[in-house]
Design a protein. Structure first.
Length: 279
């Protein structure tokens, strides 16, 4: 059984609160939308049957030829029904990210395209360290307060496990500044990204915990003038549904020319440390 990472009820409440507050801070989602739009322009393909998996459909309502669905555990997808699937800023809350990608791959027609974006492991690294140090001092231990987000090498490996061809993973780091830790936490609430971990401590923390964390944050990660730094890492994943028409790497040993000849150099057998003289 897949370990339960996310309290889906709490996550839904946090997202609903972000929408109802009238103060939604969706700049990360808007940044991802702009980046995905730009990346799709570079793909030499016209997509006519798109489905978008997201917790914030308002960001994607004007996307052409698209159906928007929520990021539920079992996605509302039909097999072989789409030529493009976009999984937008929800994979980091999934209990089974490879399962999400498998479902997306199955929804693609042969040679269909998947592009996903999720928060990566360097996200909020400053807040994590400040809270960890403060909690150790005040409570003598740690509790889960920020979701454990995956590193790019781990997420990249999920593409192959999901059965996608020509997989690519890359990341973009956004460095922002805030007046204080309090302002950062306010923004996280306004984007629906506050603590929804199933294993979170439900007890009300002592007030001094966040006051101390704020002091540690300001000292450890300052940004002029009198501000703090916050990092967000966005990881982009892409791959294609397997098709006979796709390019494939050559079989090992099938080359018709030696690399040494192409480079105009002398080949040295493996294990031979003798460097041949050039007369």
């Amino acid at each position: 059984m897949t370990p339960r990472l996310t309290d889906r009820t709490a996550l839904a409440l946090h997202r609903a609160r972000a929408r109802q507050s009238g103060e939604s801070a969706l700049f990360l989602h808007e940044t991802v939308r702009a980046e995905i739009d730009e990346r799709l322009e570079e793909v030499n393909r016209t997509f006519k049957d798109t489905v978008i998996v997201t917790g914030f459909p308002e960001i994607w309502r004007d996307f052409p030829h698209a159906t928007v669905i929520p990021d539920t555990e079992t996605l509302a997808l039909e097999p072989n029904a789409h030529d493009l699937v976009i999984h937008a800023m929800a994979l980091h809350w999934s209990d089974d990210p490879v399962g999400q990608l498998v479902q997306c791959r199955r929804a693609l027609r042969p040679d269909g395209f998947l592009i996903a974006a999720a928060l990566g492991g360097q996200t909020l690294q400053e807040l994590r360290r400040a809270l960890a140090e403060a909690e150790t001092r005040v409570l003598g231990g740690l509790s889960p307060r920020v979701a454990p987000m995956a590193e790019i090498r781990d997420l990249g490996g999920l593409l192959q496990r999901a059965g996608l061809a020509l997989p690519v993973a890359d990341s973009r780091k956004l460095t922002t500044t805030y007046a204080s830790q309090k302002h950062l936490l306010h923004d996280l609430r306004a984007m629906g990204e506050t603590n929804a971990l199933a294993s979170r401590d439900r007890r009300i923390p002592p007030r001094c915990l966040f006051e101390l964390a704020s002091e540690i944050y300001a000292i450890s990660f300052p940004a002029p003038p009198d501000r703090i730094t916050a990092t967000f890492e966005i990881i982009f994943l892409s791959g294609w549904s397997p098709s006979e028409s796709q390019q494939r790497p050559l079989r090992p040993g099938s080359a018709s020319q030696r690399l040494a000849d192409a480079l105009g150099t002398i080949e040295t057998p493996a294990g031979d440390t003798t460097v041949p003289r050039q007369d």
